[in-house]
Ligand binder design. Structure first.
Ligand code: ATP
Ligand code: MG
Length: 573
């Protein structure tokens, strides 16, 4: 391809719409343009990157025995009503009515469509296992569609769905997909960590996420990982053994109200009373599906809202606003406590809070706390359940070693769905004994537009992108320093033909631009290899070969260019 014949609108200035380096580079490199929040146009270079990554995904899915299909994006709302997800997915789902006033949805995932497809078609265990996948556009009305392709409202996903007749068979299908995922990401130059995750609105039994760990600010997920064994989980899901040193009193003392003027937050109360935060219990008020609830956790811990949501089986969970807090406790925010609160709201108590003796709580009165409060004597828990968020230094639930917390980008995930969809949508088969059973299902996603952008969080420097070779739009950029030099143009054309004939993908910068501009653009768009053609080396019949990631320049005779490019490419990620 010649630069003059394609469309690469590079930009010199940083774009204010982009917070993340990867987003910035895609805009500046002329890869994408925004149409509306979370809605992008993929320009020619991006299209090639997406196609490259999609081919890797397709090859590995096919190898794993998955069959490619394409399902419609549009789906009757009725299927989502039957699975129950019309309610649980809520405003993230794009909905519309057709001209006959039928309610329709634009799918953000295809469990309903694929299960409905199988229902009534697959009747015998002999037709199973079955693995169907597609690479296709998805719609989700994300609350915060920032970060470019990382979180679009319209984006491309590879989604696969497995149907099995038995748990043993399902375990094999699941493992085959997990193995294929590691291969996909490795081929794209990405080292990913498989972590346990919450199943969320997807439902089902268990799930894993494939995380790209990053040092930049792009990690939307936190991962608790054991430094010793292979336990790793999304912090939303992670369990732990408490690593804090906590003093537990032996004697139970009488309750004692105390004035705490001006002290409402944990920091203020601990400073005022000169006690450790582990002696306090925080009472956090929430509204879950319209009803107030109170969550109690130890003063030094943070609440994990996903755990709370799961403990309640709630669809919608929000912190109570100041007005609700006042109505429930009779005091301003900061003084809520469990004593006497249970008539107003159920009390969910974290085990670390429940283990304390003589703890300090809010008194449900302005600027007052109560000392020596004890569970069971002074208040009763509706439920004792893990609500604490794991943090660095907590001990691994498996081996007890200290855990670290890392930032990651979720590039793919795998769900063990069980029979939730096959039961509600009727995907049943007859087993060898003639008994009717629901298929055991799995669902598996990879972000086809998110992953290449995520890769850029790793693969860049201060000048621009450095693509891993397998997903680069072209392998080589040829840069003749001056288009006014007939010798350079001739050599460039020759090298271009040699490489193209050898099946190597090349971009020739044939623009009549200053060399500085061409080099800056070459660094920005980030093709893995650059061939520079200038008068000096041409005198000896040579061109300059350089990897984007390195400053080392090699002078190569024109006749040897194909071999030299291949050798250099072989040494790159
Ligand atoms: P997240 O927690 O990041 O919202 P998710 O759990 O909703 O992701 P899935 O529904 O399992 O994701 O989708 C499968 C894959 O699709 C994800 O692993 C991710 O790579 C990609 N993906 C999900 N949402 C988006 C989005 N809004 N934009 C781009 N890619 C996305
Ligand atoms: Mg999501």
């Amino acid at each position: 391809m010649r630069w003059s014949k394609t469309y690469i609108p590079t930009l010199r200035q940083n774009q204010s719409e982009a917070e993340l380096i990867s987003h910035q580079l895609l805009l500046r490199g002329g890869y994408i343009r925004k149409l509306a929040a979370g809605v992008y146009v993929y320009l020619p270079l991006m299209q090639r990157v997406i196609d490259k990554f999609a081919s890797i995904v397709r090859e590995e899915m096919n190898k794993a025995g998955a069959l490619e299909i394409t399902m419609s994006v549009l789906c009757p709302a009725e299927l989502w009503q039957r699975s129950g997800r019309y309610l649980t997915v809520g405003p993230e789902q794009m909905r519309l009515k057709d001209r006959h006033q039928h309610e329709m949805v634009l799918c953000g995932t295809h469990e309903e469509t694929v299960t409905n497809l199988i229902a009534g078609e697959v009747r015998s265990y002999r037709q199973l296992p079955l693995n169907l996948y597609q690479i296709q556009v998805k719609f989700r009305d994300e609350i915060r569609p920032r970060f470019g392709l990382m979180r679009g409202r319209e984006f491309i996903m590879k989604d696969a769905y497995t149907f099995d007749a038995s748990e043993e068979s399902f375990a094999k299908s699941y493992q085959a997909m997990v193995d294929a995922y590691f291969t996909v990401f490795r081929r794209a130059g990405l080292d990913v960590l498989k972590v346990e995750s919450d199943t969320g609105a997807m439902g089902g039994k268990a799930a894993h996420e494939f995380m790209l760990l990053v040092d930049t600010n792009a990690g939307e997920e936190k991962i608790a990982a054991c430094a010793n064994c292979d336990y790793a989980a999304n912090v939303e899901k992670a369990t732990f053994k408490d690593g804090a040193t906590v003093h537990i009193d032996h004697d139970v003392k009488p309750m004692q109200p105390i004035d705490t003027p001006g002290a409402a937050t944990i920091e203020e109360v601990t400073a005022f009373l000169k006690v450790d935060a582990t002696r306090l219990v925080k009472t956090l008020l929430y509204v879950a599906d319209g009803k107030p609830i109170a969550a109690l956790i130890r003063g030094d811990r943070d609440l994990n809202e996903t755990k709370l949501k799961n403990a309640l089986g709630a669809i919608d969970l929000e912190m109570a606003d100041a007005e609700t807090v006042e109505r429930l406790t009779g005091a301003p925010v900061g003084f809520a406590g469990p004593v006497g609160l249970r008539e107003k709201a159920p009390l969910l108590v974290d085990p670390l809070a429940a283990a304390l003796r003589n703890c300090i709580v809010g008194a449900n009165q302005n600027e007052k706390h109560i000392l020596n409060v004890n569970i069971d004597r002074d208040f009763k828990a509706t439920k004792i359940v893990d609500l604490s968020k794991a943090r660095a230094g907590d001990c691994c639930p498996r081996c007890g070693s200290a855990m670290v917390v890392k930032d990651g980008i979720e590039v793919g995930n795998t769900f063990m769905l069980g029979t939730k969809y096959s039961e509600t949508l009727g995907a049943k088969f007859l087993d060898a004994d003639g008994n009717e059973k629901p298929c055991i299902m799995g669902s598996y996603g990879i972000g086809v537009t998110r992953t290449p952008q995520a890769a850029l969080e790793k693969y860049h420097d201060d000048k621009g992108i450095i693509w891993p070779r397998s997903i680069a739009p072209y392998l080589v950029e040829i840069v003749p320093i001056s288009m006014a030099s007939p010798q350079q143009v001739e050599a460039a054309e020759r090298v271009y033909s040699m490489l193209t004939d050898a099946g190597i993908e090349v971009l020739l910068d044939d623009r009549d631009e200053r060399p500085g501009v061409k080099f800056m653009d070459a660094d920005l768009i980030g093709l893995p290899i650059r061939l520079t053609i200038g008068d000096k080396s041409l005198k000896d019949g040579k061109v300059e070969l350089k990897a984007r990631a390195s400053d080392k320049v090699e002078l190569v005779p024109i006749d040897d260019v194909v071999g030299a490019v291949r050798t250099l490419a072989g040494s790159l990620t």
